[in-house]
Write a protein of this length. Structure first.
Length: 181
């Protein structure tokens, strides 16, 4: 079984990330979650810790810090790096190589052999915006795998592509990526 770093951005779909963390743990994987600062306002890191029996992280500095360099420790620990839900903000940061939080510094520190899987989740209008499309193309060119969002009704009431796929679908995608390693 694998050691998986699960990054969750601030999206209403974060509840599916909780389910995904639980499913992966039940399947025998070790899962350590990184929540962006905004994501931690939607759901407590303690929920991920309870679901995975592993540490959950929100910040590289301050009281929640676990090691001198959490981003390096997590990059070395992880055998798979999954971003679900991945917001437009995170996609842009990954595409531009920005490193201003624990999620982005960990992503940059990953060995090139580690699979990087990105699961966008956002309003259909945001997903179709030219900058988001460009950034998705860039991350794919940089070696990220992107799982296309599902279509359906969004929390905002809009219909279209942008829903985070169900945890079972993401877990199966992770398993395939790990098997190719």
């Amino acid at each position: 079984m694998a050691q998986i770093v699960l990054v969750s951005g601030a999206s209403v779909a974060i509840h599916k990330a909780c389910d995904l963390a639980s499913k992966l743990t039940q399947d025998g994987h070790k899962v350590r979650a990184i929540l962006t600062r905004s994501a931690a306002k939607l759901v407590s890191p303690q929920l991920f810790e309870a679901l995975t029996s592993e540490p959950a992280y929100t910040d590289e500095f301050g009281a929640t810090r676990r090691t001198a360099m959490d981003h390096i420790e997590l990059a070395k620990w992880g055998q798979c790096f999954v971003v679900a839900p991945c917001t437009a903000d995170l996609i842009a940061k990954f595409a531009l190589g920005l490193a201003d939080d624990l999620a982005t510094t960990t992503a940059l520190a990953l060995p090139t052999s580690v699979p990087r899987l990105l699961c966008p989740a956002m309003n259909p209008g945001m997903l179709a915006a030219p900058p988001v499309r460009r950034h998705l193309e860039t991350v794919q060119g940089d070696g990220w795998s992107v799982l296309s969002p599902d279509e359906g009704r969004m929390a905002c009431g809009d219909e279209g592509q942008g829903r985070l796929p169900e945890p079972q679908k993401i877990a199966a995608w992770i398993e395939k990526s790990l098997a190719r390693r």
